[in-house]
Design a protein around this ligand. Structure first.
Ligand SMILES: CC(C)(COP(=O)(O)OP(=O)(O)OC[C@H]1O[C@@H](n2cnc3c(N)ncnc32)[C@H](O)[C@@H]1OP(=O)(O)O)[C@@H](O)C(=O)NCCC(=O)NCCS
Length: 325
């Protein structure tokens, strides 16, 4: 019998501290950096974001989101066989955030590793988990996106520091006789690493190179709209369905104008596009599972719906997962 994977539960976690555009603009003003709440909202759709406090680590947020996903699936940590965390802001160089989550949850029967594909991380991680479940090697997987991107911000760079936020989202996937995941599609173009990166590293105890996030906003914008549109069409074709059979689009939440452009290309109405970037900002690998959980808990995305999940970001990387809930 063909084996598939399907999503049995979702969860998410946001840091307690909410920072409005007004508050952020006042903070930037004190540093001599000029911006306005109106500029941020009109160019990006962002109204606020959450910033993690010292105790709200990437692993902590990931474990909270994972606990909620397990709770909604009715599963206990001992039953989990695999933990995959998508993150670019791991608390330590090693071990992985996934191992920290395994320890926090006491999910003692789970293998654990991280995936690094920046804002595409969650669709990369889901694709890997789907393959590992379909191969029969693993019965189920906790797939988590968790980020504390506020650590990477250069607060003197107004073109980037107003865009990002912190948070985590998770899904619990399990083997099933029916899909579940209908099709996946991943791509990368390492030649475009310079348009979005954090190039620094630690060497012999010192930071070497630039440790802040850098971005050519306009180049990323154009590239994101182009690749998300083509990736969506490819994954829909792979699954043997048509765009009008997609019930909801859950795209990476970077900029509301990017989401609208992709939805327009797919001829999907506003009601079919899940938007959380206004509340969360860009939370990188966490944005897709956060938006998915938000829509599930609002009772908009329900069992049986066909949902298109899409990631795009540094690498350059992008990809899509088409899933029946
Ligand atoms: C970053 C982004 C919002 C900038 O919007 P834009 O319309 O392209 O704006 P520009 O970069 O052309 O800048 C226009 C002006 O606004 C200024 N500006 C930039 N950030 C600003 C801010 N926070 N506040 C006020 N002004 C700002 C620029 O300096 C520029 O001023 P100038 O004309 O005097 O030089 C947009 O390019 C974007 O969203 N890109 C994609 C980002 C993204 O999705 N990244 C993550 C992908 S995973």
């Amino acid at each position: 019998m063909t084996q598939y994977s399907s999503i049995l539960g979702t969860g998410s976690c946001l840091p307690e501290r909410v920072v409005s555009n007004d508050e952020l603009v006042k903070f930037l003003e004190k540093r001599g950096v000029e911006s306005s709440a109106e500029w941020i909202e009109s160019r990006t759709g962002i109204q606020q974001r959450h910033f993690a406090g010292p105790l709200e680590s990437t692993a902590f947020l990931a474990a909270q989101a994972a606990s909620k996903a397990l709770e909604s699936a009715g599963v206990i940590p001992n039953e989990v066989t695999l933990i995959v965390v998508a993150t670019s802001t791991s608390d330590q160089i090693f071990p992985s955030t996934a191992c920290a989550v395994q320890s926090i949850l006491q999910a003692k029967n789970a293998a654990a590793f991280d995936v690094q594909a920046v804002c595409s991380g969650f669709v990369y991680a889901m694709t890997i988990a789907d393959s590992m479940i379909r191969s029969g090697q693993f019965k189920n997987a906790l797939v988590i996106g968790s980020e504390v991107f506020s650590r990477l911000m250069d607060w003197d760079d107004r073109g980037t520091c107003v865009l990002f936020g912190d948070g985590a989202g998770a899904v619990f996937m399990s083997a099933s006789s029916e899909p579940g995941v209908l099709a996946c599609e991943l791509q990368a173009d390492g030649d475009q690493s310079c348009i979005l990166n954090t190039p620094g590293r630690i060497e012999n105890g010192a930071i070497v190179g630039d440790p802040f996030l850098r971005m050519d906003g306009q180049a990323v914008f154009k590239q994101a709209v182009a690749v998300l549109g083509s990736s969506a069409l490819q994954v829909i074709q792979k699954a043997g369905i048509t765009a009008d059979q997609v019930d909801f689009l859950v795209p990476h939440q970077a900029n509301v104008r990017i989401l609208q452009a992709v939805a327009k290309r797919l001829k999907l109405s506003e009601e079919k596009t899940i938007v959380t970037v206004n509340q969360h900002g860009n939370t990188s690998a966490a944005s897709v599972p956060l938006a998915l959980d938000y829509a599930v808990r609002q009772n908009r995305i329900k069992k049986g719906h066909t949902v298109l999940l899409q990631g795009v970001g540094g690498g350059f990387t992008w990809g899509s997962v088409l899933v029946r809930m």
